[in-house]
Unconditional design. Structure first.
Ligand SMILES: [Zn+2]
Ligand SMILES: [Zn+2]
Length: 393
């Protein structure tokens, strides 16, 4: 009887393996469906940019993540990402494993790894050379002379290998004095300004820090994030990005499956990139030039020089007046993100224009110039994007 059961089990396992479509996530034989809220191309001056959705902070079993590199690619594809980096702690073996699957799916894959200082700042490194040989990854010492590698030496080695370095979840681990606070579960007392420790200050001064996360799913509760504009993020990082010219990221840092309970941030955060070319080189060129906008919690969040062109590329505002002094504002939203417009100085309720919708607002008395505050387009911790529109007859 036992033998019989074993035979049946083997048979059914064989049948299952054979019947699973090649593209299925493990244990799920349903066809994969991609939900990609497509962004139109954006014209800035004469330059045309494609807008890609990226996630540059992902874990697999090469560290403490649950899904294999191949499953991460399939998952990212179904969630509408165009580009990802798998960034395991201390390891970048996932890259080689995921690359053929990424090619099959048309997903851009960037080599990545999570590293940084011993029990302190976490860094995500992208696009370093394949022969980069990390020493004491994630365990760099912040003082010279100990058994572990001095951070300055290893940080430089990483950037010399072509590495693009971003400061992951910069809110984790620090209380107001800049000391390590670990998992206290206590939110930090905002505002936490310019409490960057010496290693980050040094890297900024040397030009060796290139980006920063303003949003990270894995550390969104009790890790020093701030509840602001209805979501948990780290607004101060946006100010740092602005002040130090860092590329802005919203990454998931996903460890479990994205669909898992307690991990289902819908929709998933994304780093939007304005790329000239849809390729790994095009992605890295955009990252190095800082052409990103963090998209999470219904917000478009980034440096003004990036959020401005993106919002102006996604929307069209037509402001007309008539001879009797009345006016009309027509706002078209050509993008997949709902936009909320507030009319500065006018006694009007703000209007939210959903994806691919048009709003028409009648004004009894039209000013010569209209200032629109895009409340969900955030350019500093306390500042939204403002666009000015002249009245045309
Ligand atoms: Zn981390
Ligand atoms: Zn991580």
């Amino acid at each position: 009887m036992k033998k019989f059961i074993v035979a049946i089990t083997l048979l059914s396992v064989t049948w299952f393996v054979l019947s699973v479509p090649r593209v299925a996530v493990a244990g799920d034989d349903a066809p994969l469906v991609r939900t990609a809220p497509a962004f139109p191309d954006i014209l800035v001056g004469t330059q045309r940019y494609s807008v890609l959705r990226g996630d540059f902070h992902i874990h697999t079993p090469y560290s403490d993540g649950k899904l294999t590199p191949a499953e991460r690619v399939r998952e990212a594809w179904t969630y509408g990402y165009d580009v990802i980096a798998i960034t395991d702690h201390r390891s970048f073996e996932a890259y080689a494993e995921a690359l053929p699957v990424a090619k099959e799916f048309g997903l851009i894959l960037i080599r990545g790894m999570e590293t940084g200082l011993h029990e302190m700042e976490h860094l995500v490194a992208l696009d370093f050379a394949a022969d980069y040989a990390p020493r004491d990854p994630h365990s760099w010492a912040d003082a010279e002379g100990g058994p572990r590698v001095y951070y300055r030496q290893q940080w430089r080695k990483l950037t010399d290998a072509g590495g693009f370095v971003l400061y992951a979840h910069p809110h984790v681990g620090f209380n107001g004095d800049g000391a390590w606070a670990a998992e206290t579960g206590e939110p930090l007392d905002p505002p936490l300004r310019h409490r960057l420790r010496e290693p980050i200050q040094w890297a900024l001064a040397q030009g060796l820090l290139h980006g920063i996360e303003v949003r990270n799913h894995a550390t969104d509760r009790g890790w020093g994030t701030v509840r602001d504009r209805g979501t948990l993020w780290f607004p101060m990082a946006l100010d740092w990005a602005d002040e130090y010219g860092l590329t802005v990221f919203a990454n998931t840092d996903v460890h479990q499956a994205r669909a898992q309970d307690g991990n289902a941030h819908e929709p998933q955060s994304a780093t939007l990139l304005l790329v000239r070319e849809r390729s790994p080189e095009g992605v890295m060129e955009a990252l190095r030039a800082g052409r990103t906008v963090a998209h999470f919690g219904g917000m478009l969040c980034g440096r003004k020089d990036m959020v401005g062109p993106l919002v102006q590329g996604l929307t069209q505002v037509d402001f007309r007046g008539s001879s009797d002094g009345a006016g009309r504002v027509r706002i078209e939203n050509h993008g997949p993100v709902a936009m909320t417009a507030e009319f500065r100085g006018l006694d009007l309720i703000p209007v939210t224009i959903d994806a691919h919708q048009t709003a028409l607002v009648e004004l009894a008395a039209a000013p010569n110039e209209l200032s629109i505050v895009w409340t969900n387009a955030v350019v500093r911790s306390t500042e939204s994007l403002v666009t000015i529109h002249r009245r045309t007859p």
